[in-house]
Each structure stands twice: as structure tokens, then as C-alpha cells.
Design a protein around this ligand. Structure first.
Ligand code: BES
Ligand code: ZN
Length: 454
């Protein structure tokens, strides 16, 4: 039997297994899910063993790492598949309509709905099922494969870098295949050749040493919520550029070739706007929406807190105001350097009426690879065969912080072959993964190993 015949015969069973995987609420960011993270790693480990992989769980200071290998053959080269079993928090729960419980996956209108379906359990599963199809049919697998699966991608992969370093010898590989990105449409599959980097920080402003009566003190005390708002508002100019001195210093201009390629992608501002219920788009002047979303650096407020948040009103001047901020970085920018510049600027613009504390969070550098390499060409051929459509190359705005570390610590390039569609709602309520993308993802993976060996 051929691998894909085996897949067709067992596809329903495989979807049931994916549902089991999705039912484990592996939210890496929330301490109350620590046990679930371990349960999820155990489940993955057992599942890989059933597939026929030699599998081990490695404990870390954070969530466990699962490493699974095909039976070793010393005469073959080795490739790695990387994926993450952790997912983003599911709040706000009211938003989930396709399935009331984000961890009770539902199949409807050609999709599977639930947290982690697209990002990244469903995508990771395509490669696990492909290798299962190859092994169970006794088909030829031209390479040794290492599956490296972590539980901290959504919180910055803080322990995986160290793991790569301490296990570099046994993790040596030709390249790392990652399916944790997207494609413009089902008729336009893509290889992603650049990802943005990311850095996270939190600004905490303190005014008076306690919440004050706003009638007794209002007018005489600088309200830290006001201070924070005007500081944050000043971080962009009316042209949508970030005002932090030096923010753009290292940014490389897009080549004309890249800008022309972007023009060819199937994308319209009109339908993008509509899909987000927006009346107008906004962004850095002089760049198209695709360029703004994939190839320009940004600074965003992700969370904002101050004062009374309960029912009704409370007449106070809050003591504290804080904001969570992340920046997306593009090739040639360094997370550490930009973190320094942003922190320094925030301290500079903070008036003496408030005291400022800045907490540095995770950071990851951007990633870019040569889109004309023979490995990318092999991936494009695999996509063409699976999707029966002309594939493209593109840059993406999201971040997979460990990608650059594969290069630095293992000297391995990443091959980013994503199967997620633009309306998959990653990180949002009603996350989904198209079953057609799942099927074609499995086929892509089966073909990929052939194409890489030819
Ligand atoms: N799958 C995404 C990364 C992604 C999304 C790449 C869209 C390309 C397009 C990944 O799981 C993710 O969300 N990463 C986080 C990393 C952060 C928390 C350090 C991100 O980009 O916000
Ligand atoms: Zn994600």
C-alpha cells in the first residue's frame, strides 16, 4: 500500500486522534494549566511511540520538550520537524460560537474548530500522520527524522534555546521543517522565507503610594493613568511611524523584487477590512498592507490596566497604571538592542510626577532565509503536487522565536511550510483548521521527503 492510500483508509481514525490531542488544554501562559502541559507531553510521547518513533520527554525549568525519532539508519541524512503543543489562552469565552468549549473540538463545514487546531497541534499532526503512513506501509523514508516538539512557543521558547545547545550533537540535521505559518489561500500554498522577531516588555507607572479620593485630591495629583496614556500615544506619529529614537536604524529596505512579488499575492485591502469589520485600515505611510504586516517593524500595546475595573463607578485617582507592549522586528534588527532603545525612551519621556519601572519579557530575533535555495524549491514542488496549485514564496509577520536559534546553534535553516488559512482565527475565538488543508498537509509532508531527496 502507498502512504497516501493508508492515509485515506485511516483518515477518520486520525481525526479522532487529533481531537484527543486538542482536548488537552495545554495553555502554556497560565500556571493553572501546568499539569495539563505535562499531560499533553505524555499524550504526545505515547502517541509517537504508537506511530513507531523512539520517543523521550525532557523536563525543563518550564514545560517539557518531546523528542521523537524514526528508527535510526546511519547511512541516511537527518531532517528535523519542529512544532509546538502549547496553545494560547482561550479568553474571551463568549466569542466561541462554533464550539462552546474551545477544548471540545467540533467538525463543521469542512473545518475542525477548537483552540490549537491551526496553531499548532493540527499543523504538527500533518507531519506525524505522514510519517505514520510511511512507516506503517513499510515505504521508503529517505531520511532519519527527528520530531522536536515544545510546550513554550507561545511564551517565547525560553528553555528550548538552552536545550538546543546542550543537545546539539544529537540534534544535528540538514534543515528544520516547520508548519506553524499560513498560506494566502487554498489555491495559493506558500513557503515562508522570513518571520518577524518579537520583544515583550511591561511598563509600570506609579503615582501616589495608594489609590486616592478623586474629589479630595483630584486636580492636584498627576493621574498615572493619564501619564501612561499620553506616553503611549506619543509612541507613534500621525504617519504611523514609531517615534522611539533609533527604532528604524538597522531596518533594511525591501528590494524591488520582493515588492513586486508581494503585489502578485492574492490579497485585497477591501476584503481584509471587511473580514475585520473595520471601516478603515491604518499603518505606516508609504507601505502596502502586506508590507506593513510582514516586513515592517511595529510597536503595539497589548494590554492596558489601571484603576477600578469592577461594576459601577469608583471615584479614585489610581496609584498605578501599566501597559504590556510588544514590538515586531524585521531582519537586521536585534531584540536586545531595540529593547534597550524602547526602555530608554520610555524613561526619558516619563515626567517626574510618576515613577517608572520597566520589566523586560521574552525576546526573539527575526529570521530570513534565501528563497531560491534548493530546499525551498523542493518544498515548493511538494506543495504543487499536494495542492495541485502554483505555490508562492512570502514573508510573514508572526514570530517563531526559536527559528533563528536553529541557525545559530545547529547551523540548520528552517523550511517554513504553513497550512493555515487567513481566516483560521489563530489566537482568537473560533480558531479552526480546514480539513482540506489537513489532508493536503499530510500529502505535502509525504512528498516533501521524496522531493528533498531527489
Ligand atoms: N504560529 C505562530 C507564528 C506565526 C503566526 C507565524 C502567523 C506566521 C504567521 C506562533 O505560534 C505564534 O503565535 N508565535 C508568537 C510568538 C510570541 C509569543 C513570542 C507570536 O508571533 O505572537
Ligand atoms: Zn501562536
Amino acid at each position: 500500500m502507498k502512504p497516501l492510500e493508508y492515509f485515506n483508509k485511516n483518515r477518520n481514525q486520525m481525526l479522532e486522534e487529533l481531537k484527543e490531542f486538542l482536548r488537552i488544554p495545554s495553555v502554556s501562559a497560565q500556571p493553572e494549566h501546568k499539569e495539563d502541559m505535562h499531560r499533553c507531553a505524555e499524550w504526545l510521547c505515547n502517541h509517537c511511540k504508537e506511530i513507531g518513533l523512539d520517543t523521550k520527554i525532557h523536563q525543563t525549568k518550564g514545560h517539557p520538550i518531546v523528542v521523537a525519532r524514526t528508527p535510526h539508519n546511519a547511512s541516511k541524512l537527518t531532517y528535523m520537524v519542529y512544532g509546538h503543543y502549547d496553545v494560547q489562552p482561550v479568553e474571551p469565552l463568549e466569542g466561541w460560537t462554533k464550539t462552546k468549549n474551545p477544548f471540545e473540538p467540533v467538525v463543521a463545514d469542512g473545518n475542525i474548530y477548537g483552540r490549537g487546531t491551526a496553531d499548532d497541534k493540527g499543523q504538527l499532526f500533518t507531519h506525524l500522520k505522514a510519517v505514520e503512513c510511511i512507516l506503517k506501509t513499510g515505504s521508503e523514508l529517505p531520511f532519519n527524522l527527528i520530531f522536536l516538539m515544545e510546550g513554550e512557543e507561545e511564551i517565547g521558547s525560553e528553555n528550548l534555546g538552552q536545550f538546543l545547545e546542550s543537545h546539539a550533537e544529537e540534534l544535528r540535521c540538514e534543515a528544520v521543517v516547520i508548519s506553524d505559518t499560513g498560506m494566502p489561500s487554498i489555491s495559493c500554498p506558500a513557503v515562508t522565507y522570513a518571520l518577524r522577531g518579537v520583544l515583550a516588555l511591561e511598563v509600570i507607572l506609579t503615582g501616589p503610594d495608594r489609590d486616592l479620593h478623586s474629589g479630595i485630591h483630584g486636580g492636584a495629583v498627576h493621574n498615572p493613568a493619564h501619564v501612561l496614556c499620553s506616553m503611549l500615544a506619543s509612541l507613534h506619529d500621525p504617519q504611523g511611524r514609531v517615534t522611539v529614537p533609533g527604532f528604524y536604524n538597522e531596518v533594511e529596505n525591501l528590494t524591488n523584487y520582493e515588492r513586486e512579488q508581494f503585489q502578485k499575492l492574492p490579497f485585497s485591502d477591501e476584503s481584509y477590512k471587511e473580514s475585520l469589520s473595520l471601516k478603515e485600515l491604518f499603518g505606516e505611510e508609504g507601505y502596502t498592507t502586506i508590507e506593513r504586516r510582514s516586513s515592517r517593524p511595529t510597536l503595539e500595546v497589548n494590554g492596558l490596566t489601571s484603576g477600578y475595573q469592577g461594576t459601577g463607578s469608583k471615584t479614585i485617582i489610581p496609584s498605578v497604571a501599566s501597559a504590556k507592549i510588544t514590538c515586531r522586528l524585521v531582519p537586521n534588527q536585534k531584540a536586545e538592542v531595540i529593547m534597550e532603545r524602547v526602555s530608554k525612551h520610555l524613561k526619558n519621556i516619563c515626567p517626574a510626577s510618576a515613577s517608572i519601572e520597566i520589566m523586560h519579557g521574552h525576546g526573539g530575533d527575526p529570521y530570513i532565509v534565501d528563497p531560491t535555495s534548493s530546499k525551498v524549491q523542493a518544498a515548493l514542488r511538494a506543495l504543487q503536487r499536494a495542492f495541485k496549485a502554483e505555490p508562492t514564496i512570502m514573508r510573514e509577520g508572526g514570530s517563531i522565536p526559536i527559528t533563528i536559534e536553529f541557525k545559530r546553534k545547529l547551523n540548520a535553516d528552517a523550511l517554513l511550510i504553513g497550512f493555515s488559512l487567513p481566516d483560521d482565527n489563530a489566537h482568537s475565538p473560533n480558531e479552526k483548521f480546514s480539513l482540506e488543508c489537513f489532508d493536503k498537509g499530510v500529502a505535502t509532508s509525504v512528498y516533501l521527503w521524496e522531493e528533498l531527496s531527489s
